[in-house]
Design a protein around this ligand. Structure first.
Ligand code: HEC
Length: 169
């Protein structure tokens, strides 16, 4: 063989050798892992560990979804303090959502004396009853406790007092 052919032959055999080696490696690993896998899929520890490893890192939950117990974000502040909330605190976390200007769904606006006058004229008892139990008015719906049924009556009435103070100077 000429030197050139010899060099080609050497190179060819080298590549062929590497190729066969890689192929043999793949076949070996496949056989090995198939055997190992077949045993381990029966193993509760293995299954448990796999479940743990592929556990979702989170899930989407809607506020109030009973399955996941997610509560509105505004609750977190209340939850972290065990002391009852003050009137302004309750107002700022809840009532303002509808009662801040311009007022949502017909809610009388905070500080708007004209809007509040006829409501105050109904008397404290009616206001108290409606704020705690909610009511359907002519303009819209005032939900029980403004939706924060987790708060005590006292906390809600503090918020009511805070709102009334603002229009009864
Ligand atoms: C989801 C919106 C919403 C939230 C939150 C809300 N309100 Fe209201 N509220 C209304 C609407 C709407 C009305 C007016 C309904 C009507 O008279 O038609 C109203 C009316 C009222 C009235 C007048 C009742 C009457 O008899 O005229 C008071 C007092 C009141 N809300 C207090 C509160 C307090 C205190 C909070 C917080 C604890 C609160 N509201 C939270 C929507 C809301």
């Amino acid at each position: 063989m000429s030197t050139r052919n010899q060099r080609f032959y050497d190179g060819f055999m080298l590549i062929l050798g590497v190729f066969v080696g890689v192929l043999a490696g793949i076949v070996f690993m496949k056989a090995f892992s198939a055997g190992a896998g077949a045993e381990r899929f029966d193993d509760p520890d293995f299954i448990g560990a796999t479940d743990e490893r592929i556990r979702p890192i989170g899930r989407v939950a809607l506020i109030g979804d009973p399955d996941v117990g997610v509560r509105p974000v505004v609750h977190t502040v209340a939850d972290s303090v065990s002391a009852p909330m003050s009137g302004p605190q309750v107002y700022n976390e809840n009532c303002y959502l509808c009662h801040a200007a311009p007022g949502v769904g017909g809610a009388p606006v905070f500080g708007d004396a004209q809007a509040w006058a006829p409501r105050i004229a109904q008397g404290q008892d009616i206001l108290t009853e409606r704020v705690i139990n909610g009511y359907q008015g002519e303009l819209g719906v005032m939900p029980p406790k403004g939706g924060r049924t987790d708060l005590s009556d006292e906390e809600i009435l503090e918020a009511l007092a805070f709102m009334l103070d603002e229009v009864q100077l």
